[in-house]
Design a protein around this ligand. Structure first.
Ligand code: SAH
Length: 227
């Protein structure tokens, strides 16, 4: 089963973008996952292929029309498609590693990228879109958020990450931040690598890493420890 991503956007040129390079890009070329960028405007209204209109109740900005978006969603994800449908949105539940892992274990995703002030609320309800945020700040569109989500998911697909081991102690696995890393030279600008890492004592190294992970998490992300 290949992980299939369909992204609905007004800027399909933004895909695969950075996901065409490095690990994700090679996996895409190998066919370990697929990416389809669908132009919402193809479902726009009239000669100008209009996709947006002014907000009901009045306020600045524009809102993506529900009929246009629904037509785009139905074309990209016809009945019987069981992939989750996500809407990138600052109002969504903040994306976490656990959800990324669940998504990567599935068949793929359909991702709607908002623009302007956002999308008409009715299409969120009618097409069962799950709103997902990548953080408490406002982007100008959902595309970069979709790239972030896909990058996080694709690197978890079997065979994509060179060293499968490196996933297990990574930050947010076990609700901990990762321990610090060191590499050669052994002394750099007068700073030595912690002696325990050079001791060759596997148990001591593990204990040190665990303690460092807990110390950093307590210091920087006490919210993770409370979970
Ligand atoms: N008026 C909206 C913001 C619209 S920003 C509000 O105040 O909530 C335009 C689009 O960018 C959104 O529809 C969404 O698709 C995307 N976007 C912006 N910030 C985002 C974030 N933090 N996470 C995910 N998507 C985001």
């Amino acid at each position: 089963m290949v992980f299939r991503a369909s992204v609905l956007t007004l800027y399909p040129e933004m895909f695969p973008g950075p996901l065409g390079l490095s690990l994700a890009g090679r996996a895409l070329e190998r066919g370990d996952w697929s990416l389809e960028a669908c132009q919402i405007r193809e479902h726009g209204i009239g000669r100008h292929r209009t996709v947006d209109d002014t907000p009901a109740g009045g306020s600045p900005g524009m809102v993506l029309r529900p009929d246009v978006l629904a037509a785009a969603i139905d074309a990209a994800s016809p009945e019987g498609d069981t992939r989750p449908r996500l809407l990138m949105s600052p109002r969504g539940r903040p994306l976490r590693q656990g959800e990324v892992r669940d998504l990567a274990a599935g068949e793929g995703v359909v991702i709607v990228c908002g623009r302007f002030e956002g999308v008409d609320e009715r299409v969120i309800e009618a097409r069962g879109l799950r709103e997902v945020s990548i953080g408490d700040y406002i982007l100008s569109g959902g595309e970069m958020a979709a790239l972030v989500l896909l990058d996080a998911a694709v690197r978890l697909l079997p065979g994509v990450m060179g060293n499968a081991q490196s996933g297990q102690t990574e930050s947010f696995e076990n609700d901990l931040l990762e321990h610090p890393h060191y590499t050669r030279p052994a002394v750099w600008e007068g700073r030595a690598i912690p002696a325990v890492l050079q001791s060759g004592h596997h148990g001591a190294v593990e204990a040190w890493r665990r303690a460092e992970a807990e110390r950093l998490t307590a210091e920087r992300r006490p919210d993770l420890l409370r979970r």
